[in-house]
Design a protein around this ligand. Structure first.
Ligand code: 5AD
Ligand code: SF4
Length: 438
């Protein structure tokens, strides 16, 4: 019996698919990359309409396959199915779906499959069935050695006016620090070299503990002190919550990567207010200054959105201006997509052509910056974690500050740290060679 998981969306979803894989393997399924699957699970995303349309297109294509093989199990799980009314909509549009679960009831997958196999009973859970408690000791089938993801918290309390995440993932819940430390220690002992801590807003880690026994800086410090040759990253940070204490801890420990993902979303104060982001462009610039004072080489990456309702040409110019000032080492750029049930979807929308022009301009501006920054790497040596081999046999890995480097070497180096001299750069790509020098 074979399974296939189609994962859409963020790293949180990629990690949760490792949990789904474990559930399926417990039931006796093995993974297949081909079309010979007996169960297919869609781990879905709904952050933008494009994500949803892509998923719905794929589900639509399964109709014929299910007709030819009625025993095939089709399960739709994750954020898209957590939207209010979505389970009902999916059932009526695609009656051949067998299982629907939201992002907060993935633990029900095994039972849902057994119920189908033993009692021919389909399972459709709606957001009302959500069990948003924090489950510790979740088991995963990890496939990303030497990298591992560790969830430190679930959900989000911020309600940025464009964002659907708080509606589908619920309120912030932090995992117990002891469980996180134990999980990271075990991963390091197993040979994992890089751990990425995941949360929608990691800087508010621990805010939900009544006794306030630990905050994100405290957690980071405890994790940084775990002995071993490894490094730790985290995402995502919110500019309103990233404080100096966290910056100081990152600067203090070599095991903490000098790399911060700090979504700015917009460079206009009017738009930031309308987005409910709780910071101004000056506050953002101040944080960047503090980071760079303490860690001049820290990579700062960001998310930026264009075409939020009411965004004027002037507002957009403010975004371009801050992008030029900060010089992000990388930026994920998005066109605002109205999400049903969020306040911004009810505001007056901007025509698509304007959004499209703005994103092209933004991408061009950032690409130019990335290209210039890449040049600075040439001739310097960086410690790189060798992560993978490409189809052409070349190795690739990341620097501490998060830049991807391609170089020649033995595949046996995967999972170890190597010093790499950067010999060439091409826009966002860096090329180099392994060196003994430091
Ligand atoms: N439309 C476009 N982009 C969005 N994001 C979140 N919601 C939307 C939306 N409705 C972007 C934000 C966030 C990233 C994960 O996705 O930039 O930081
Ligand atoms: Fe969405 Fe804002 Fe929460 Fe990020 S902080 S998940 S953008 S609501």
């Amino acid at each position: 019996m074979h399974y296939k998981i189609n994962t859409y969306g963020c790293q949180m979803n990629v990690h949760e698919s490792e949990r789904i894989a474990h559930s399926l393997e417990k039931l006796g399924y093995t993974e297949t990359k081909e079309d010979n699957f007996d169960i297919i699970v869609f781990n879905t995303c709904c952050i933008r309409d494009t994500a949803e349309q892509k998923i719905l297109g794929h589900i639509g294509k399964l109709k014929k396959i299910k007709r030819a093989n009625p025993k095939l199990i089709i399960a739709i799980v994750g954020c898209m199915s957590s939207q209010k009314g979505k389970a009902e909509e999916l059932r009526s549009k695609y009656p051949y779906i067998d299982i629907i679960l939201g992002a907060n009831n993935l633990e029900d997958l095994e039972n849902a499959i057994l119920n189908l196999q033993n009692n021919h009973k389909k399972t459709f859970l709606t957001p009302d069935d959500d069990k948003p408690q924090v489950i510790e000791d979740v088991e995963y089938t990890r496939t990303s050695m030497p990298n591992a993801w560790v969830n430190i918290m679930y959900g989000c309390n911020n309600f940025c006016t464009y964002c659907i995440v708080p509606y589908v993932r619920g309120r912030e819940r932090s995992r117990k620090p002891e469980s996180i430390i134990a999980e990271c220690t075990e991963l390091i002992n197993q040979g994992y070299k890089e751990i990425t801590l995941l949360g929608q807003n990691v800087n508010s880690y621990g805010n939900d503990f009544e006794d306030k026994r630990i905050d994100f800086a405290g957690l980071l410090e405890r994790l940084a002190q775990i002995p071993g040759d490894h490094r730790i990253r985290f995402m995502t940070s919110h500019p309103k919550d990233l404080n100096e204490k966290v910056i100081d801890i990152i600067a203090k420990y070599d095991t903490l990567c000098k790399n911060i993902h700090l979504p700015i979303q917009s460079g206009s104060n009017n738009i930031l207010t309308a987005m409910n982001r709780h910071y101004t462009r000056d506050k953002y610039l101040e944080i960047v200054k503090k980071i760079r004072e303490k860690m001049p080489l820290c990579g700062i990456t960001t998310d930026i959105m264009v075409g939020f309702p009411g965004e004027s040409e002037r507002d957009f110019e403010d975004t371009l201006d801050i992008v030029k000032q900060v010089k992000f080492s990388g930026a994920f750029t998005y066109i605002y997509s109205p999400r049903k049930g969020t306040p911004a979807s009810l505001m007056e929308q901007i025509p698509y052509e304007i959004k499209s022009q703005r994103i092209q301009k933004l991408i061009k501006t950032q690409n130019q910056i990335t290209k210039e920054l890449s040049k600075n790497y040439e001739g310097k040596i960086y410690r790189v974690l060798v992560e993978d081999a490409k189809d052409d046999g070349k190795l690739c890995g990341r620097t501490d500050c998060g830049r991807l480097v391609t170089f020649s070497g033995d595949k046996a180096f995967i999972g170890s740290f190597k010093n790499v001299l950067i010999t060439k750069s091409q826009s966002a790509s860096l090329f180099g060679e392994i060196t003994e020098e430091k």
